[in-house]
Design a binder for this molecule. Sequence first.
Ligand SMILES: N[C@@H](CCC(=O)N[C@@H](CS)C(=O)NCC(=O)O)C(=O)O
Length: 207
Amino acid sequence: MIDFHTWPGPNSRKAQIMLEEAGATYTVHRVDITKGEQFAPEFLKISPNNKIPAIVDHTPDGPVAVFETAAILLYLAETSGRLLPTEPAARASTMAWLIWGTSSLGGALPQLHHFVDAPEKLPAAIERYAADCVRMFKVQEKRLSEVEFLAGDYSVADIPAFCSTAGWLQRVKTLSNGALGDTPATDRWLKAVGERPAVQRVMSPGL
Ligand SMILES: N[C@@H](CCC(=O)N[C@@H](CS)C(=O)NCC(=O)O)C(=O)O
């Protein structure tokens, strides 16, 4: 049994998709980050960086607490034996695209979101993050025009980038004033990942 500490948002969706893909039995615990519950001492024992998502896996050897989306995804992939190849080259590629999705793409998009929606507009910040996000969506488009999924076969690496792309691609296209044009390979991949039952269970409205 796994305790899943969450609040609605893209990072939680990434972790929950992997919980579903892993076939895990889990209980949802809402941490209301709008009320500061992420700073509660009990939650900080699980997630010392005061962020959701986090999980606690109650194993026969005792509880295992994991924070950071990338670490949660890798932990679930390893313990379930799903979506993480064991052959070194394929495993390295999977981890590289997983970390790219959580830290590079997944790090820049919230910054762009923050500066675009901030009451005080800072053009230099918006331009910097918009250019970086356009660049990364082009990197992703090129990769997906060469392979079916980010690491070849569908894997844990697709989950973070899928959540970020599903939420942000159209907005970045609009912000880019044409610099990010059509993305047929990305659109094909979004459809393929989005049709997976585990993904649909998490992405359906109301969750
Ligand atoms: N690097 C973290 C980022 C997680 C994150 O930004 N979580 C946000 C919600 S999407 C949060 O908990 N914010 C609360 C806060 O910053 O106090 C990860 O990948 O898990």
